[in-house]
Design a protein around this ligand. Structure first.
Ligand SMILES: [Zn+2]
Length: 74
C-alpha cells in the first residue's frame, strides 16, 4: 500500500487523488467555484481568482496543474 499526503490538510491517506476523503468534497467545491469564475471573467490572475473565490493560491495552483481540470490557460 502506498501512502500519500493530502494536499489540503496534510494527513496521510491511501485512496486515489491528491487529497484525503475528508477533503475531496471541499476540493470539488473549490474547483466548481474556480470554474464558475472562469466562465464569468476573461481577465484573471491567480491572485484575483483567490480573492474572488476564497480558494487559496496553493490550491489554485494545484488545480491549474491538474490535467483533469479542463481547458484552462493562464
Ligand atoms: Zn485532507
Amino acid at each position: 500500500m502506498e501512502f500519500k499526503r493530502c494536499a489540503r490538510c496534510g494527513c496521510f491517506f491511501v485512496t486515489e487523488g491528491d487529497v484525503c476523503s475528508d477533503c475531496a468534497p471541499k476540493d470539488r467545491l473549490d474547483m466548481v467555484k474556480v470554474k464558475n469564475y472562469f466562465e464569468e471573467n476573461s481577465n484573471y490572475s491567480i491572485d484575483n481568482i483567490s480573492i474572488s473565490t476564497g480558494v487559496s493560491t496553493r490550491n489554485l495552483t494545484r488545480y491549474l496543474n491538474d490535467q483533469n481540470f479542463p481547458n484552462i490557460n493562464l
